[in-house]
Design a binder for this molecule. Structure first.
Ligand code: ASP
Ligand code: MG
Length: 413
């Protein structure tokens, strides 16, 4: 079987939410079939189902066994693939469903956030000799010794891209309830515009900053195996957003998006001895607990003491404070403070690699709105400002206007 004749399509929870939605999915699957192609359909659980199952876990156990959690939450996808395959068969299509272990999609044993190790494409190609459509459960895999795993929230995206990579497909279609990736959250500004193209690196920054269209791991996977992702709407024929390797046209766009992340908190250790090893002493125990620290600033002082400030996801504040409190005598700090009324706003664009002045322009625009910047961090293609929570949406709108992101242009300088 030639990979060119196989199309991989993934549909998210809102696309399979009920019978009417699934009928729309059916129409999308029938299009490539009409062109003589075979289709691998990867489905999420019906919207709300994974949350419902996780809610049950909470009721049943205060210390749930993660392997059992995965056995439970993976059932959401089993329901959607079985129901959808029934629709296909009623429409006269030769189809069958596959759970992760039936392919198999082999993962490591980090239950609830397992990583795909390999996918056996032999069985896929063999099945495509008999069937025109394979309907595969997203989000799940199994360990080497046959235990069911799940890939983390939003993991069906990764299942789809991994399958596309395994069969050498050039493109993986990700169908969702929006028409593509936007310059920023359309709920914040009506001026948000759908991007025609975005590079893997930009998409990784946008996803990690809370633009939740694609699971981050799916983009990492796509980048590694060079799978083009087409994010598009289940409910219209409109061309969506192509996520791919960056090209020279993308580089000529200075800023492609503004990301916004409300799930942030700032922690400050004041009056810490300024000596070698102090940062390691603070951050090693935090990392060992699996907590993700993002922005870090250490103040420059003339004394032997300094202040260290950093950010963590809001849900990790208590845990981080606990760790640091237990280390008070080792770290010898004077004061430990936290502030959850902060958010992160980021400007993202591969064009920044070759242009200066973006940061200055952004800072000026924020100051014109009287928005105080609490922390700044930069990478080659991103500038992030931590600001007070209540100014988050205003900052997004201001920056979106400043860089004229509502206009399709190749030089929004
Ligand atoms: N059903 C899973 C979730 O809600 C996986 C997915 O939808 O991609 O996170
Ligand atoms: Mg999703």
């Amino acid at each position: 079987m030639n990979a060119q004749n196989i199309v991989v399509q993934k549909f998210g929870g809102s696309s399979v939410a009920n019978l009417d939605c699934m009928k729309q999915v059916l129409r999308n699957v029938q299009k490539p079939l009409a062109d003589g192609k075979k289709v691998i359909v990867v489905l999420s659980a019906m919207s709300g189902e994974t949350n419902r199952l996780l809610g049950l876990v909470k009721q049943w156990s205060s210390t749930p066994d993660l392997a059992e959690v995965d056995s439970l939450v993976s059932t959401g996808e089993q329901v959607s693939i079985a129901l959808f395959t029934m629709l296909l068969k009623d429409a006269g299509v030769k189809a069958r469903s596959f759970l992760g272990f039936q392919i198999p999609i082999i993962t490591d044993d980090f239950f609830s956030s397992a990583r795909i190790l390999r996918i056996d494409n032999k069985k896929i190609f063999k099945a495509l000799e008999t069937y025109d459509v394979l309907v595969v459960a997203g989000f799940q895999g199994c360990t080497e010794d046959g235990r069911i795993t799940t890939l983390g929230r939003g993991g069906s995206d990764t299942s789809a891209v991994a399958i596309a990579a395994a069969i050498n497909a050039e493109v993986c279609d990700i169908f969702t309830d929006v028409s593509g990736v936007y310059t920023t959250d359309p709920n914040i500004t009506r001026k948000a515009r759908k991007l025609d193209t975005v590079s893997y690196d930009e998409m990784l920054e946008m996803a990690s900053m809370g633009a939740k269209v694609l699971q981050i791991r799916s983009v990492e996977f796509a980048k590694k195996y060079n799978v083009i992702i087409h994010v598009r709407s289940t409910f219209s024929d409109e061309q969506g957003t192509i996520v791919s390797q960056e090209d020279s046209q993308m580089e000529s766009i200075l800023v492609s998006g503004i990301a916004y992340d409300k799930d942030q908190a700032r922690i400050t250790l004041s009056h810490v001895p300024d000596k070698p090893g102090i940062s390691a002493a603070i951050f090693t125990p935090i990392a060992e607990q699996g907590l993700l620290v993002d922005m870090i600033v250490q103040n420059l002082t003339e004394t032997e003491f300094t202040d260290v400030t950093f950010t963590v996801p809001r849900s990790d504040v208590e845990k981080t404070l606990e760790i640091l409190t237990s280390l008070k005598s080792t770290l010898e700090y004077q004061d430990l403070r936290s502030d959850a009324n902060v958010c992160k706003v980021s400007i993202i664009g591969v064009g920044m690699r070759n242009h200066s002045g973006v940061a200055a322009k952004a800072f000026l625009a924020l100051s014109d709105e009287n928005i105080n910047i609490l922390m700044i961090s930069t990478s080659e293609i991103k500038i992030t400002c931590l600001i007070e929570d209540k100014y988050g949406e205003l900052a997004v709108r201001t920056l979106h206007d400043t860089f004229k992101l509502d206009e399709m242009s190749y030089s929004n300088k």
